[in-house]
Write a new protein. Sequence first.
Length: 94
Amino acid sequence: MLLLHESSDDSKVAGYHVPRGTMLLVNAWAIHRDPLLWEDPESFKPERFEGVEVESWKLLPFGMGRRACPGYGLAQRVVGLALGTMVLLSGKGN
């Protein structure tokens, strides 16, 4: 679950009326495993992100809007470096 949010205006989400001031919890786990958004969401397939621009609302671990993680850009750049380093170091023991 992401941090608690409050709706600033009356809205309609997936057919449900959400009154202004409603406290909202976003289930990022369920969104990231939704087969309507991702093809084969339970499988580890990093190649699905190669050469494509993924909509930001699909990557919720960093949050969205003004409460988004300030380290998002750094994390996106460093994760490849960290993964590459681990792969390189794991091969040195052989």
